[in-house]
Design a protein around this ligand. Structure first.
Ligand SMILES: C=C(O[C@H]1C=CC=C(C(=O)O)[C@@H]1O)C(=O)O
Length: 455
């Protein structure tokens, strides 16, 4: 089921900024909307439009809704950079049957930077200002969530001035612990049982690879300034995209798809070893073990193959890095393969996400059998973890990562403002995977989030 408004008419006005602002400082402390890596990225302030999608058609419905909105929009964009003009940030759930909503959010104001260049985009909805009839407007109000209307800016054109950042807020942090199962069972025991069962099914030939995840949870006190964990993630995980979209917060190293001006790229990760930065010899041994392990190479090859197969119909001149290379993150080594291609037909970045999702880095091989077994073997709904998070512009270009190393925040409690946090992490299981080793790998993968949310 999907709520699709009858293409509200948006007007986006982009203007260059003289100085590149600190994006994280501008984010809303309690409802940040951000996408950043190093000296690139954007921050959204306020919302003009929020579209929600669920079910197996969530990607195609979102692609179609966005195509109609972009076609109806007026875009004044003298900057012409990736991410200038009309932009939506979005997040998609992993499973077709997930209770979690997938969202596209068009911010009222978007401040963005790309290396030394910076710009501001303001978006207004023109449908309500006499340019369409009252009946159309009433119809739009009926299908859009109640709180998406924000007062129209007095200025008709962008003010080219960066809004003021909120003062630093409180941070007490939250300790994340193994999430209790419904009914109170031991979640680590359930994870280990799931990994063992997955291994047995692989032996019996049900599938070749499956990704099994587990969850941690905690509670964040009311009034917590979410720019604190976001800043920690952005400053520490420089090779990752740090994101916050509708309460989903994290820093992912895995680019599902980047599509700009006809060029497409992706980074496939699968195969992991925990880092030992305090001991250079041990750390180098972990990296070499990863590079020479037939099991890890095998697990990685499934992930690359799933991306190549899904992307091929949409691109030309697809090329990959020759051998998987070791990607060094502060918490783990990954086997990585970079892909590049030229966009064949005119597919939007959300259509490409829909074609690629779920890759074998988060589901398994073959995909359908692995996805069905995940629903059986994991005692929870993954929500948006291992789905996609990123942005799309009016041309359909955009950047999307797999939502890894992340946590979903719940709605603030009406009285205390406290919020639940659920973090998820998993790993690929192939023939010969050792459950205890896999559990250790999830501990390493949780580190970005447990450390970002710590007191
Ligand atoms: C499923 C996760 O990671 C994926 C991405 C990189 C390496 C992975 C692995 O080695 O298992 C996973 O496929 C996760 O972080 O929750």
């Amino acid at each position: 089921m999907t709520s699709t408004p009858p293409a509200p008419r948006l007007r986006a006005t982009t203007r260059p900024l003289e100085q590149a602002p600190d994006l994280l400082a501008l984010a809303d402390p309690s409802a940040p909307l951000i996408w950043t890596r190093g000296d690139r990225g954007c921050v959204g302030i306020g919302e003009v439009l929020r579209l929600t999608f669920t079910g197996p058609r969530r990607f195609s419905d979102a692609a179609e809704a966005w195509r109609r909105i972009a076609a109806a929009a007026t875009v004044d964009d003298p900057v012409g950079m990736p991410g200038s003009g009309l932009v939506a940030l979005g997040s998609f759930a992993f499973a077709d049957g997930s209770a979690a909503e997938s969202v596209l959010i068009v911010p009222r104001v978007l401040v963005a930077r790309h290396r030394g260049r910076a710009w501001i985009t303001e978006v207004v909805e023109t449908s309500g200002s006499g340019e369409v009839g009252a009946a159309d407007e009433a119809a739009e109000r009926a299908v859009l969530p109640g709180d998406v209307r924000v007062p129209t800016l007095a200025a008709e054109t962008a003010r080219s001035a960066v809004p003021a950042a909120a003062e630093p807020g409180e941070w007490q942090g939250a300790a994340l612990r193994d999430r209790e199962l419904d009914g109170g069972g031991d979640s680590v025991a359930a994870y280990l049982a799931g990994v063992r069962e997955a291994g047995e099914r692989i032996e019996r030939g049900a599938f070749e690879k499956i990704v099994i995840a587990r969850q941690l949870d905690g509670r964040l006190p009311g009034g917590s300034d979410l720019r604190v964990p976001l800043t920690r993630l952005a400053e520490h995980y420089l090779d990752c995209w740090t994101f916050a979209v509708d309460g989903l917060i994290g820093a992912s190293p895995e680019t599902l798809i980047r599509s700009t001006n006809g060029a497409v790229s992706a980074r496939v990760l699968a195969g992991t070893r925990g880092r030992h930065p305090e001991d250079a010899t041990r750390d180098a041994r972990a990296r070499d073990e990863l590079l020479t392990s037939a099991k890890e190479q095998h697990e990685h090859a499934f992930a690359v193959q799933s991306v190549v197969t899904a992307l091929s119909p949409h691109v030309r001149e697809l090329r990959t890095s020759d051998e998987p290379f070791p990607l060094r993150l502060p918490n783990v080594w990954h086997l990585a393969t970079d892909l590049g291609a030229a966009l064949g037909e005119r597919s939007s970045s959300i259509e490409l996400v829909g074609a690629l999702h779920p890759t074998a880095a988060v589901a398994g091989t073959p995909t359908a059998a692995a996805v069905a077994a995940i629903a059986e073997l994991e005692p929870f709904d993954r929500g948006r973890y291992s789905g996609a998070v990123g942005w799309i512009d009016a041309d359909g270009d955009g950047e999307w990562v797999i939502a890894l190393r992340c946590a979903q925040l719940g709605e603030p409690d009406a009285e205390t403002g406290a919020r639940s946090i659920v973090a998820s992490a998993g790993g690929g299981i192939v023939a010969g995977s050792d459950p205890t080793h896999e559990l250790g790998e999830t501990v390493s993968k949780f580190r970005p989030i447990t450390e970002a949310f710590a007191a």
